[in-house]
Design a protein around this ligand. Structure first.
Ligand code: PEP
Ligand code: MN
Length: 333
């Protein structure tokens, strides 16, 4: 349920309605917009009747929200969520590019890639220290050593860090090094992990599960937000279909759906979506054209010898030209 206050409602009138709602045992999220204030009711509203809240002079309308996600719902928060990371704003028409290797392999590698992506114009450095691999025999990431190497690369370049946290036990340590906590596709429905990062003060990049619907993705965001962390960035990284030519199938329509249903920013990961470096630039352009808030792109200094995801990684030169082209496209849009 959402209460839209009249534009003339002053602080005192708003406070009166808020305490009436709280008196019903519910929590209230107050969103003050440019022209109107919106009160979002959080909790079980089944037995709440509009007459319990209505105030003729100050309430414009009361809307029932059909969707199970509330805090992530655009009706609750009509304006886009903007997330500040070290002076850069994610959302609100900005294009945010997160780039770097699939995994941190050595200090030299991560510093080299960080410098190249920074020069090309990336805003955030990506790289995995804790890697969710399909096989237990594949490279699992450098763990804490990897985080330390990434921190160095961040200090050298000034780029903030996004890196994956795979389990609840690792949240504290990853939080210490990362500027954005990444929840991978395989963990999108790990509700204890979602709740734990929901109590963090670091923004969360939430990747869509391989077979998750748009509603399931938003419900996972709701898990994080319901614990207090409102800074969630959604990420489409391809879903499983019958098609095997590409690693996954990129669902670009999700951008339009999310823009309508939610106020959270959404970025696209064309690297994991396609699995093929040649497709990364065309799909990046398509993502910008459809209105995505950003991109997450794998870049490696030596893709042929990468320990993880070489075939979908761009060489720094290719990333350079991608950045030039998508910047032009974004401006034109
Ligand atoms: C990644 O971004 O490193 C990753 C493992 O992606 P996903 O969770 O989308 O598979
Ligand atoms: Mn990868």
């Amino acid at each position: 349920m959402v209460v839209v206050m009249k534009s003339k409602a002053n602080d005192e009138a708003i406070e009166k309605v808020v305490s009436r709602i709280e008196g019903l045992g519910l929590k209230v999220q107050v969103t003050k917009g440019e022209h109107q204030t919106i009160l979002g009711l959080i909790g079980d509203t089944k037995s709440v009747d509009e007459s319990m809240i209505y105030d003729e002079d100050n309430v414009e309308k009361i809307l029932k929200i059909q969707e199970p996600y509330k805090l992530a719902n655009r009706d609750f928060h009509p304006e886009d969520t903007l997330i500040e990371i070290k002076g850069h704003t994610i959302g609100g028409g900005n294009l945010t590019v997160m780039a770097g290797p699939c995994s941190i392999e050595s200090e030299e590698q991560i510093i080299e890639v960080a410098k190249r992506v920074k020069e090309a114009g990336a805003n955030v450095l990506r790289g995995g220290a804790f890697k969710p691999r399909t096989s237990p025999y594949s490279f699992q990431g450098l763990g804490l050593d990897g985080l330390k190497m990434m921190k160095k690369a961040s200090e050298v370049t000034g780029l903030p860090i996004v890196t994956e946290v795979m389990s609840t036990e690792d949240v504290e340590i990853v939080e210490e090094y990362a500027d954005i906590l990444q929840i991978g596709a395989r963990n999108m429905s790990n509700f204890s992990l979602l709740k734990k990062v929901g109590r963090s003060n670091k923004p969360v990049l939430l990747k869509r599960g391989m077979s998750a619907t748009v509603q399931e993705l938003l419900m996972s965001a709701e898990y994080i937000m319901s614990e207090g962390n409102k800074n969630v960035i959604l990420c489409e990284r391809g879903i499983r279909t019958f098609e095997t030519y590409t690693r996954n199938t990129l669902d670009l329509s999700v951008v339009t759906a999310i823009k309508e249903l939610s106020h959270l920013p959404i970025i696209i990961d064309p690297s994991h979506a396609t699995g093929k470096w040649k497709m990364v630039e065309p799909m990046s352009k398509a993502s910008v054209a459809v209105g995505a808030d950003g991109l997450m792109i794998e870049v490696h200094n030596d893709p042929q010898n990468a320990l993880c995801d070489g075939p979908q990684s761009l060489k720094p030169e290719k990333f350079d030209s991608l950045m030039k082209n998508i910047t032009k496209l974004h401006k034109a849009m």
